[in-house]
Design a protein around this ligand. Structure first.
Ligand SMILES: Cc1ncc(COP(=O)(O)O)c(C=O)c1O
Length: 453
């Protein structure tokens, strides 16, 4: 295999230095003995230093919506950096790209949204959303409303509070204790309801039970991803989010929608809850707002919360801040990125290619006895590998998810992630029909080769 641009010695040296000094996210050193070192990308394709090409079937980390190698975004960053790369956005200072981007985001978001606080990441967006919820209830003279309810299998980030919101125990090990006042829904004893459950088995009554268990006067907010992403891609049942909205309103609990993955077109709508006519009180975003070209996120608040923030007494300033909040260069890239969304009709493409991907996956693996619970909403999809059609799980030591993902990468030119025995997909929104088909056919081959059927 030919290297793209470097010698064998340099390649070996890079691997050595990586192991010696670079602590990666979710670090486990053996993962990095033979890393794929990416070199460049174009569209949905990535090429590594050894010259191997792969379809990026997860938009890298669910974020590279407009695909790789977009010169327009490099130009937008360079233009803003030449003018002025960074300015202070604290008390009494502002900048044009951030003002324009805030306006643009409000135009695109739910009708009830009014104020935007920019962050650097999805974790910071959720952390800020939680702080904003507590702050709001204090302004309303309801200081006991401090708790946050989150869901099992949810992923909300890597800071201490967002790790505690995350409903995946694997993220808690050796980092505890978790932040108090953050609790998770769980299946109530003697639950009797006729709800159709979500693809992971949960229904909206789990939230109602949690609010009643904790006491509505103690609960500030509930946080949920419209589609649970990093926990394995779990889609909601019809009616679920309408019920969630009703329950939150009934008990005066703010509904925080974590649309860090689903925001900006991923599900075939600009924001995912549009599909069900539901509006949250606070909206967390990141990832596709810049397609990952530079870090940027935000939490967005509804009109009542924005009004409350505008009318605080002098001793109740909203003392929440990041140096890089409303970063001019990141905002300029965000604006240009959202222009690409409009010019190339990416939300519409996500809806059309999502349907095609769903059909193609069903054709490729729908009849496999080792695939259960195939789910998708727009261009986000997942399925579970199991021993048989009844869904009997493989032993964890079999590592089936990892084996299929490895086979996909090595034989199928497709990169994605696995969560236990769930394979997850979220390709760039610019994807074309032949590329969708390529992913689905590779998945079909990998599942057959690894499971033997
Ligand atoms: C739904 C969701 N929320 C929050 C986060 C955290 O975002 P970040 O990694 O940018 O901090 C992620 C990251 O994948 C996510 O998927």
């Amino acid at each position: 295999m030919t290297m793209t641009s470097i010698s064998d010695e340099t390649y070996a040296d890079l691997i050595h230095e990586d192991l010696a000094h670079l602590i990666h996210p979710q670090y486990y050193a053996p993962d990095h003995q033979q890393p794929v070192i990416f070199d460049h990308g174009e569209g949905v394709w990535l090429t590594d230093l050894q010259g191997r090409r792969y379809i990026d079937a997860l938009s890298s980390l669910w974020n590279v919506a407009v695909g790789h190698g977009r010169a327009e975004l490099a130009d937008a960053a360079a233009e803003q950096m030449r003018k002025v790369a960074f300015t202070n956005n604290y008390t009494g200072f502002s900048n044009v790209p951030a003002i324009r981007l805030a306006g643009k985001v409000i135009d695109l978001a739910y009708d009830n949204m009014e104020g935007v606080f920019f962050t650097n990441s999805g974790s910071e967006s959720n952390e800020g959303a939680f702080k904003a919820a507590r702050f709001y209830w204090n302004l309303q003279g309801r200081p006991t409303k401090t708790k946050l309810i989150a869901r099992e299998r949810a992923y909300h980030g890597g800071t201490l509070a967002t790790m505690s919101m995350t409903g995946l125990p694997v993220f808690w090990k050796y980092f505890g204790p978790l932040v108090p006042e953050i609790v998770h829904t769980k299946q109530p004893d003697n639950l009797e309801c006729d709800c159709e459950p979500n693809t992971d088995g949960e229904c909206a009554h789990w939230l109602e039970a949690a609010i009643l268990r904790e006491g509505p006067d103690t609960v500030a907010a509930f946080i949920a991803e419209p589609v649970k992403g990093a926990g394995g891609v779990w889609t909601p049942a019809p009616g679920y989010f309408e019920q969630i909205r009703e329950i939150c309103s009934k008990y005066e609990v703010l509904f925080i929608a974590d649309e860090v993955i689903t925001g900006f077109g991923r599900t075939g709508h600009m924001f995912a809850l549009e599909r069900w006519g539901v509006q949250p009180d606070i909206l967390s975003i990141a990832k596709a707002i810049t397609s990952g070209y530079v870090p940027l996120g935000a939490f967005i608040v509804s009109k009542p919360i924005q009004e409350a923030l505008h009318n605080v007494p002098p001793d109740a300033r909203f003392m929440h801040a990041y140096t890089n909040s409303a970063h001019p260069t990141a905002s300029a890239v965000g604006l240009r990125n959202l222009q690409i969304f409009e010019d190339e009709h990416l939300v519409e493409n996500a809806a059309a290619m999502g349907e095609r991907f769903g059909d193609a996956l069903r054709d490729a693996i729908g009849s496999s006895a080792h695939v259960t619970n195939l789910r998708h909403l727009g261009l986000i999809a997942g399925f579970t590998l199991s021993q048989d059609a009844k869904g009997t799980p493989y032993a964890a030591s079999d590592g089936m998810g990892g084996k299929v993902a490895k086979h996909l990468r090595e034989q199928g030119e497709v990169i994605t992630r696995f969560v236990g025995d769930n394979l997850v997909f979220a390709p760039p929104l610019i994807i074309k029909p032949a590329e969708v088909d390529h992913i689905a056919e590779s998945v079909g081959r990998a599942v057959r080769d690894v499971t033997g059927a």
